[in-house]
Ligand binder design. Structure first.
Ligand code: AMP
Ligand code: MG
Length: 418
């Protein structure tokens, strides 16, 4: 008799997975290796930025008081007493009607409280003249105007992107405390599978899920061990799964989670004593997606159907991996879009449709990326987002507003709100 499985909502499945995520601790890396990692400590400003009052232009540093009353008929003249390039400091304070020639980024000399741009001056003997008065503080990039010492700037759990790197460098973080990254195991099951270099023979197909998942991991900067392909043989598969679990922090298998005669993953989980969190999700594709836990390790049993496999990874494995690193925004970013096509057939399960989004004069329009069954591989290649059609009794028409999940973004969002 076919086992009856009870589907759970996607949001519940996501919640269950995230509840079982175990953090892997932290490590220090040099700044040049910090890109793409997740911060394990908040960035707190160690000093003001900029750390001193400085000139935002090439020009002259003056005392504003000496420009008082300046006009076209009453030009004020200044004597230049020195030059300060970026990286240098003036060696004496400026006095009455004195100025320093100063370059962008150079520290303001003592006594100066305004900067005159080169274009605002006319060269005169021993200096220059001005035709307008300057306010105290005019054209100055003030100490601390960007950041004040002690300010909490970026929270732990944030992804380190190039802007974060700039901030870390600003404060002299030669080493950064980041979350340890998991190593994922990838195993494709199915007697029908051929390797990428093999010629097609009757009844067989090439393993596309293994390479795809490895690329999905690579896109996240996550290392993996590949356990290749395994035919549907309970003992051999169990042995390989045990080895993979020992050697990695989480396991991604594809295939063998349905209720067919050779779908052995459920039996393997049982043999290992793994706790199955769910084995049916109210979604299409990927309703057979199964997630189990053994000790601290998550075992993702992704469907063998390529679109389902892809979607299962993005919806469940990706946030779990980010969660293992303490990531505070593990979910795919989403936005609203108008449907480019009708989906008039109501569906009892939430549908995730591989699609492309485009910006048009009518806003963002998302259209299915082609053949949309769970076994499709072509639409994964063309899609750049997933259209979400909530389950329910109604169909959807072109022009309806829907949520889309954006694929391939390094930035995520903090809550699963679908
Ligand atoms: P399964 O999840 O094992 O029932 O497989 C579902 C469908 O996906 C079948 O048509 C399989 O042949 C196909 N399939 C399974 N594994 C892979 C794979 N690694 N690459 C491409 N297709 C696969
Ligand atoms: Mg199979």
């Amino acid at each position: 008799m076919v086992e009856m499985r009870k589907p759970i909502p996607v949001s519940e499945a996501v919640r269950l997975v995230m509840k079982h995520v175990v953090s892997l601790g932290t490590e220090k890396v040099v700044l040049d290796h910090a890109y793409g990692r997740i911060l394990a400590e908040p960035i707190v400003a160690k000093h003001d930025v900029p750390p001193f009052d400085r000139s935002p232009y090439d020009g002259f540093a003056i005392r504003s008081i000496d420009s008082e009353g300046a006009s076209g008929d009453n030009r004020k003249s200044f004597r230049v007493i020195g030059e300060i390039g970026a990286g240098y400091v003036g060696d004496k304070p400026i006095g009455e009607k004195e100025a320093y020639r100063i370059m962008t980024g150079a520290q303001l000399p003592e006594g100066a409280d305004a900067v005159v741009m080169l274009e605002q001056t006319v060269e005169g003997e021993a200096g220059f003249t001005l035709r307008k008065p300057f306010e105290p503080g005019e054209n100055i990039s003030f100490r601390g105007e960007d950041v004040k010492a002690g300010e909490r700037l970026v929270e732990a759990g944030s992804l380190i992107h190039p802007g974060t790197i700039a901030l870390l460098a600003t404060f002299g973080y030669a080493q950064v405390e980041v979350a340890r990254k998991p190593v994922a195991g990838v195993l494709s099951t199915g007697t029908e599978l051929l390797d990428v270099a093999d010629e097609l023979v009757p009844g067989k197909i090439r393993n596309s899920n293994g390479p795809m998942i490895r690329a999905q991991l690579e896109r996240m900067g996550i290392a993996y061990r590949s356990y290749g392909m395994m035919e549907d043989d309970l003992d051999a598969c169990t042995e390989l799964v045990v080895k993979a679990i020992e050697e990695t922090d989480l396991l991604l298998t594809t295939g063998g989670v349905s209720v067919g005669d050779y779908d052995y993953l459920p039996a393997i989980y049982e043999r290992l004593g793994a706790k199955v969190l769910f084995n049916k999700v109210a979604m299409r594709p990927g309703s057979v997606t199964t997630v189990a836990v053994l000790g601290k390790k998550l075992l993702f049993g992704l469907s063998g159907n390529p679109s389902a496999c892809f979607t299962g990874f993005e919806l469940f494995a990706r946030p779990a991996i980010l969660g293992m690193m303490g990531g505070n925004s593990p979910y795919m970013p989403r936005t609203r879009a108008r449907l480019g096509e009708d989906f008039t057939k109501p569906n009892p399960f939430t549908r995730f449709i591989r699609a492309t989004w485009e910006f048009t004069s009518g806003g963002i329009v998302a259209s299915p990326a082609g053949f949309n069954k769970s076994n499709a591989v072509s639409s994964i290649a063309r899609g750049n987002c997933l259209i979400v059609l909530p389950n329910g009794s109604r169909g959807y028409e072109a022009g309806d507003e829907v949520d889309i999940l954006l694929l391939g973004s390094e930035q995520g969002i903090s809550e699963w709100t679908l």
